[in-house]
Every structure is written in structure tokens, then in C-alpha cells.
Design a protein around this ligand. Sequence first.
Ligand code: 5GP
Ligand code: SF4
Ligand code: MG
Length: 459
Amino acid sequence: MCGIFGVYGRPDAATITHLGLYSLQHRGQESAGIVAVDGESVARGTRRMGLVSDGLTAREMEALPGHMAIGHTRYSTAGSSVLENAQPVLARFKGGHIALAHNGNLTNATEIRGTLENSGSIFASTMDSEVIVHRLARTHSGAPEHMLADALDGIEGAYCLTVLIGETLLAARDPRGFRPLVVGRLGDGWVVASETCALDIVGASLHCEVAPGEIIAIDSRGLRSIQLTAQRPLSRCVFEHVYFARPDSYVFSGSVDRARRALGRRLATESPAPGADLVFAVPDSSNAAALGYAEASGLPLELALIRNHYVGRTFIQPTQAGRDAKVKVKYNAVKEVLQGRSVVMVDDSIVRGTTTRGLVALVRSAGAREVHMRVSSPPITGPCYYGIDTPNREELIAATHSLDEIAAAIGVDSLGYLSLDGMLNAVPGGPHGFCHACFSGAYPTAAPLVDLHRAGKDM
Ligand code: 5GP
Ligand code: SF4
Ligand code: MG
């Protein structure tokens, strides 16, 4: 997964992008990058491994002058943690520069890459996103938005893009609308971002959502829009509301905070915990869902787990012993809250079950009498082909275990998941027009031919 950003018509475009990327850090911690274009149409870029705060400095932004810029934060995927795969991609072709930042996963990139390689293209990275750049370089001249529409013709899967071609900033969203993308106004300038929290940090106001299948072009004449000819059923990723996006954002025109509270309320109705004394969240991703559960159940919300904020997601351990230690480094339990109590632990999702098992053990060792686990989404039974880094089917605990087996494996007294209908009816704008494939198996596209993402590479 990734976060993307773009600025047009501000003299300090790179600095604004740098700030915007801080608010998109949760969408990707592997690498960060910025490309800016100055008044002479010279494009300059910087890309670094690691967090925005580690890699990009304010001083570096001074070396990226220009009134337009794009930026990217990249989510960690196994085996692809190399600088060549950091974005934005910056290429020079006969018509000048192309810079591109991508959020999502293309599902037919292998086929398209094969065709391009057969006709002489040489790729610099293993990213699916690079095929769009090659396609762009081969399009015939025309307005940049038409070049991009040509390049995207026949490309399937999930993409939100910010692109710089010549003197134009482009923002595009695939026809199924898997990932969120918004346009904001900042004085006389424009800002594009994956989530509205990145508009807030730079002081921009929301102008519009980029519609599914829409390409928005921004240049000195202002903003204009075209629609891709391919029409597809709307498939917004429901997991953005469940886990991925920040609760202070609006995605798909709906409040993530309200979505999570509604998920939690619904969970309390569908899966109550009679006799429990209190409810608590696994911070931070399930805070709002636990609030909703407490509200609907009438149970008091307590702070039973404390999260260490100085441990990044990069703290990866190859062994089980290491993973158990990781849980303890990241969380500790509050004995005063848990001792002798029957408790409801709310989390947004269970993926492998590793973190959950560690947390349950922690909560028990702090003295909890009974642990009732409640999950504000349905069991995850399949991988995501559209940009969320869920593991292989075999590693997904709910793909291979029954409810009772999962409860036993994670060591809880009872386990309840939210139903698929319950989830889809709780999110704003539901129940229709959402992708829920990883929960339901109803994939909106064909599976990728070679799922190299799962083989440990992006492509
Ligand atoms: P598990 O018990 O399956 O090992 O971990 C469950 C936890 O992982 C939950 O707290 C959930 O918020 C978190 N989670 C869900 N999806 C993702 C993801 O795509 N990436 C990361 N890093 N964590 C996730
Ligand atoms: Fe989102 Fe799941 Fe669909 Fe992937 S498969 S886009 S995570 S709902
Ligand atoms: Mg979590």
C-alpha cells in the first residue's frame, strides 16, 4: 500500500509535499520520495528508504525548487525493499519528463510488461507501476490527460496516480475506485492526496473527490477533467474504513471515525459479551471501533493496553520467539484495569493471529479472568490483489481454521467476528459499491496471472 500526494501552483511545492507525506506515513513506511518541476520545466527528485522523518530533510527540499511536485510513501512488501522500487518514478523521454506516484496494484501488469519487453522496453525496477510510465512514453502527442488515458487503456486492477508531465499535474483513479483520492484548494494552488488528513496538515480545503475512472488535469489554465472510457462496477476497498485509512480522514466521502464507530456498535449488537465487566481496544487502529462497542453494549471503555509509539513496523523478527518478543516491545497491559475482570478485547482484524495470540497472553498474565475477543470485520480468508499486503492464503488463520479452532489458537474464552452484511451496512455509502474480496472471495477482477507479489516481489 502507499500514500500519494501532489501540488500545483505553489512556489514551495516540494516543501508542501514533504509536509503532506507526514500525514500519509501510515499508508507506507518503506520508502518516501518527492519530485518537483521548476519554471524552466526541469524535474528534480529525491527518494529514500525509511520514514519521511528519517529520509527527507527540510534542507533537501530547498534543492527541489518549483511550483509543482508529487510525493509518495511506500508500504513494505517482502523482498522488494530496495531503492529502485521507491517512488515517484522519474523518467525522461522525447517529450520531456514523466514523474509518477502510484497507490494500488495492477492485476495484469505481468502481461503488459511482457508485451513491452518483447518490443524493446528495458525496465529499471520490479514495480508494476513502471509499465504505466513506459506506456506513457509511447503515446502520441496530445493533451497530457489524453496521453494518460491512452496509457491506461487495457490496464486492470487498482490505481490512484499523481503524475507530472511537462507543465501539467494529473490525478487519476481506476474505474472501480479501489483506493481513495481527493483534490484540495490551497490559496491559488491545488493539492491532490490519498486522504483528506493530508489536506488538513497543509491547510488545504477539500475541493472534490477524484471520481472512479476520472483523470483530472491541472495547469496554468486551471482544472479540467476527462473520464476513462472503460466502465466498471464500483469496488471501493472496505478495508480502508476497517483498518487502513486514518480516522481523521474522509475516504470515499465518508468519515473513517464514524465508519469505525458504526462497525463497533454493530459488532456489539451481533456479538454481545454477557457478563463482561469492561471493553478495551488494541491501540490504535481499533480505538474507534472499541468506542462504538462500549457505546452500544453499555460496558465501560478502559485503557487496558498501552502501545509504545517509538517502535516502528520495521521491527521485524524472523522467528516465532522474536515475534512474541515484538508484541511485548510494542504493547504492555495495565494490571490495575485487568486484574480479576472479565474483559472484551476489540480489534479491527485478525490476519495471521500472531499478534492477537501474543496480546491475549499478555492480557491474561496481567490477571484477566476471562478474555472475549471481538473483531470489527469478518474473517479474512483470501489475499488482496489490489494493494493491501495481506499474506498468502495459507498464512491467513481464518482461511484454514474454523471459528472454534481460531479461538483455541489465540487462547480466548469466546470469539466473535462482525458479519459481512453487518460490515457493509455499517460503512458510510454501503452496503453496495465496495470490494470485500478478502472477506468474501468475490474478487472484482481476474486474479493476477503471476502473483509475484506473493512470491516476495512486486513483479
Ligand atoms: P495478527 O494477530 O493477525 O498477527 O495481527 C492482527 C493485527 O494486525 C490487528 O491489530 C490489525 O490492526 C493489524 N493489521 C491488519 N491489517 C494489517 C496490515 O495490512 N498491516 C499491518 N502492519 N497490520 C495490520
Ligand atoms: Fe480491500 Fe480486501 Fe478488496 Fe483488497 S481484497 S481491495 S483489502 S476489500
Ligand atoms: Mg491493530
